[in-house]
Design a binder for this molecule. Structure first.
Ligand SMILES: Cc1cc2nc3c(=O)[nH]c(=O)nc-3n(C[C@H](O)[C@H](O)[C@H](O)COP(=O)(O)O)c2cc1C
Length: 142
């Protein structure tokens, strides 16, 4: 399988998570067509991929008002019809409904959303591995 990874990150956690996910998927013989920022997505890598992974971080008041950061930029991503998409967000305390919002946004870009996971910023390695395992299982490409 070929995956493009698109990341929105302020302090680096989500970018790091994207790199860890890429490494885990490569161990499962996936190829990564590109890792780029949501604000300047690598269009060629998206075109080449069959699966697009989109990650951002949770902002809010920690217990209320959580939302994925830069959802407007996610809405402006290129159309992804015919592609699978999967969302993740990194968070500190509680991601709220951030993943649901991301899922709906990816659906609006025409993608078939095959899953999503919230990754705790203190457990990025473990949660990135879990994300990759679930993704590989969900598309049946181990
Ligand atoms: C302004 C701001 C608001 C945040 N609000 C929340 C929140 O409501 N809930 C939460 O779990 N984490 C919250 N966080 C923590 C971030 O989601 C977490 O640190 C994330 O991993 C940052 O990703 P980044 O390093 O890629 O920017 C907030 C962080 C910032 C800077």
């Amino acid at each position: 399988m070929k995956a493009a990874i698109l990341i929105e990150s302020l302090t680096g956690n989500t970018w790091k998570a994207g790199e860890l996910i890429a490494a885990n998927l490569q161990q499962e013989n996936w190829s990564i067509t590109g890792l780029s920022a949501v604000k300047s997505p690598d269009h060629a890598s998206i075109q080449e991929a069959d699966t697009v992974i989109v990650g951002t971080w949770v902002h809010g008041l920690f217990v209320v008002g959580q939302a994925p950061w830069a959802v407007d930029r996610l809405r402006a991503l290129p159309a992804m019809s015919g592609k699978k998409a999967v969302a993740f967000c990194t968070f500190a305390l509680n991601p709220g409904k951030s993943l649901d919002v991301m899922t709906n946004t990816l659906l609006s870009r025409g993608a078939e959303v095959v899953g999503g996971l919230a990754l705790h910023r203190g457990k990025l390695s473990e949660h990135a591995e879990e994300f990759a395992i679930r993704l590989v299982d969900s598309v049946g490409a181990r």
